[in-house]
Design a binder for this molecule. Structure first.
Ligand code: SF4
Ligand code: SF4
Length: 375
């Protein structure tokens, strides 16, 4: 198969190549001085897309590995979320969600798309406000908003719940997840062999830098917050290697134009007002303590889970053979899955990591032959 040349539309090409060359040279020099294999994990689907699309890995030595961690909110959304949404739709309720969620298969490979094809009312909306508006316009129907995502998207829902006058027929099925508890899970894994974290820019914009301080202190792991274009990612990688070289693990903000130490105070406050932090299930991983947001008692009248007689519980949440759990934790590569590009392709996804543009399997399938050139 042919390879593609590096393209990053966020910067003029000549500028980009010049800058990329300088940063890569710095990375390679540090790597040589460190003189051992390294694994650096990012926790952001857009970082993986940047790395894969620009072919950054093709310019790094094989033993300087960039690993994709649990950075795709669609991938980690539990199977129960999809199954519950389908059940609520079967019962005549109207489901509102972002487009990606329609394609996510649950444990039985059923999707909201299939549910829609069978006649259920499932609507793609641009925001939670659209869902509220639908509910206001149709007071005799129950509208359910599927609230999934990380700290980045949770405030969009909490702001609306807090500030809008909510109609009684508007409900939320909440499965928001928090990034730092997943980092703790990884760090406490006896097999954990990651040498540094490149941290997600958007999530950090909301939560700030403080929630990461414990990681270098407790686990001695370098933490660098990175931006989203290829140069910003390379700079974050370079800063991570600098900490490894100097044995000086700390939190470094390499995306200061957007991320502030204190984060977004009004978003943090809004989430506190609307959500409780609860133990939560991550698909393919299991329960992670204090890693999810659930509507608090004040908003229980709008909690879609209360519309069910009993909660739906799924024990095997991935199809047979699917390695999404290992892919999400950075333990296996998509190519290690027997279904990769066989039964499971971007057009015929059977596991969650093949659905979203932030899913590692889908990104790998899309950009697997991209290479970077700086000459
Ligand atoms: S929401 Fe933003 S920071 Fe979080 S995983 Fe997606 S792209 Fe990365
Ligand atoms: S290729 Fe498909 S089935 Fe295999 S791990 Fe990825 S998403 Fe899961």
């Amino acid at each position: 198969m042919s390879s593609s040349k590096f393209i990053d539309y966020s910067m003029p090409t000549s500028n980009l190549k010049h800058k990329a060359k300088a940063v890569i040279k710095s990375i390679l020099t540090k790597f040589e001085q460190i003189n051992r294999p390294l694994k650096i994990m990012h926790i952001c689907g857009t970082h993986e897309a940047t790395v894969s699309r620009s072919g950054i890995r093709s310019l790094l030595p094989n033993d300087l590995r960039i690993i994709s961690g649990p950075g795709c909110p669609v991938c980690v959304c539990p199977s129960e979320h999809v199954t519950t949404a389908i059940k609520l739709a079967d019962e005549g309720n109207i489901i509102t969600t972002f487009g990606d969620m329609l394609k996510v298969p649950d444990h039985s490979l059923m999707t909201l798309n299939q549910s829609k094809a069978m006649g259920n009312d499932i609507r793609v909306v641009y925001s939670v406000s659209d869902a509220v508006q639908y509910a206001k316009e149709n007071p005799n129907k129950k509208f359910i908003w599927l609230g999934i995502g990380f700290e980045t998207t949770a405030p969009m829902t909490s702001f609306v719940l807090e500030k809008e006058k909510l109609p009684e027929n508007f409900f939320v099925l909440t499965d928001f997840r928090l990034v730092p508890p997943a980092m703790h899970l990884l760090c406490n894994d006896p097999e954990f062999d990651i040498d540094g974290y490149v941290l997600p820019g958007h999530v950090s914009t909301i939560i700030g830098t403080n929630p990461y301080e414990i990681f270098p202190k407790k686990y001695l792991i370098p933490c660098v917050i990175g931006g989203f274009n290829s140069i910003e990612f390379l700079i974050a990688l370079d800063k991570t290697l600098e900490q490894i070289l100097e044995s000086d693990a700390h939190v470094y903000n390499a995306y200061p134009k957007v991320v502030k130490k204190e984060g977004n105070r009004s978003a943090i406050e809004s989430m506190k007002n609307v959500f409780d932090i609860v133990d939560a299930k991550w698909r393919g991983i299991g329960i992670i303590p204090k890693s999810g947001y659930e509507l608090n008692a004040e908003f229980s009248n709008h909690n879609a889970r209360n519309l069910l007689d009993e909660p739906i519980i799924v024990t095997n949440d991935l199809p047979k053979g699917c390695k999404c759990g290992g892919v999400i934790l950075g333990k296996v590569e998509p190519e290690d899955c027997p279904h990769f590009l066989r039964q499971c392709t971007p057009e015929t996804a059977i596991g969650p990591c093949m659905v979203s543009d932030e899913g590692t399997c889908r990104i790998r399938a899309t950009y697997m032959n991209f290479q970077m050139t700086t000459s």
